[in-house]
Write a protein that binds this ligand. Structure first.
Ligand code: ADP
Ligand code: ZN
Length: 188
């Protein structure tokens, strides 16, 4: 991804299923910005206390300290004027108001990177992610590895019978599956 720097800000979205390396990619972009001595603020949605409520953590155990928020407006309130990169993990859990929040930040000249699941456990678009993807200047779609056949995987298979859209969990609750091996839950 080649980014041409100008005066204006922009939005980057990193999407894909669970285990596709979204958090790793987000952490990599943050670390590189920190190496460039950019001022960075890191947020994630507070619903995911998978490992630590205030860190962004990848399944490969990389982590960076962040602030857990439950409301997109909190991000606007917490971002410092001098911040150059605003990184947001678990973007799918926010409401549609996240779209206005990140647009405002980009319009202020900031680089905004949002990582999130583009599809839920049913294989349907997740929360504000479709809107964020079409507003973004740069979209990176990642794939995981299908746990059944080893092919590239675009879907997140829920291994339990829960029917809530949000059920927080990792390897014991979800696995990545390709198009052939993804089994959407039966409609009730
Ligand atoms: P995401 O944020 O998309 O859930 P992470 O960045 O947290 O992904 O984790 C990616 C890491 O998960 C990979 O580098 C790999 O070590 C591990 N991993 C576990 N299962 C899989 C899988 N099925 N496909 C790819 N990576 C996997
Ligand atoms: Zn497969």
């Amino acid at each position: 991804m080649q980014i041409v720097h100008g005066k204006s800000g922009w939005l980057e979205v990193i999407c894909g299923p669970m285990f596709s390396g979204k958090s790793e990619e987000l952490i990599k972009r943050i670390r590189r910005a920190q190496i460039a001595r950019r001022r960075v603020q890191i947020f994630k949605h507070g619903i995911d206390a998978r490992y630590d409520a205030t860190n962004i953590v990848s399944h490969s155990q990389q982590s960076l300290p962040g602030v857990a928020v439950t409301n997109a407006q909190d991000i606007l309130n917490l971002v410092d004027d001098r911040t150059e990169l605003v990184a947001i993990d678990e973007g799918q859990f926010f409401g549609d108001e996240i779209v206005d929040v990140v647009s405002k930040l980009a319009n202020l000249g900031k680089r905004v990177v949002v990582a999130g699941l583009d599809l839920d456990y049913r294989g349907l678009p997740f929360g504000p992610m479709p809107l964020l993807m079409c507003r973004a200047e740069y979209v990176t779609k990642q794939l995981a590895i299908c746990m059944t056949c080893g092919d590239p995987a675009n879907f997140t298979q829920r291994l339990t019978r829960d029917t809530a859209q949000v059920v927080v969990g990792a390897a014991e609750t979800y696995e990545a599956r390709c198009r052939c091996h993804f089994e959407p839950p039966a409609e009730d």
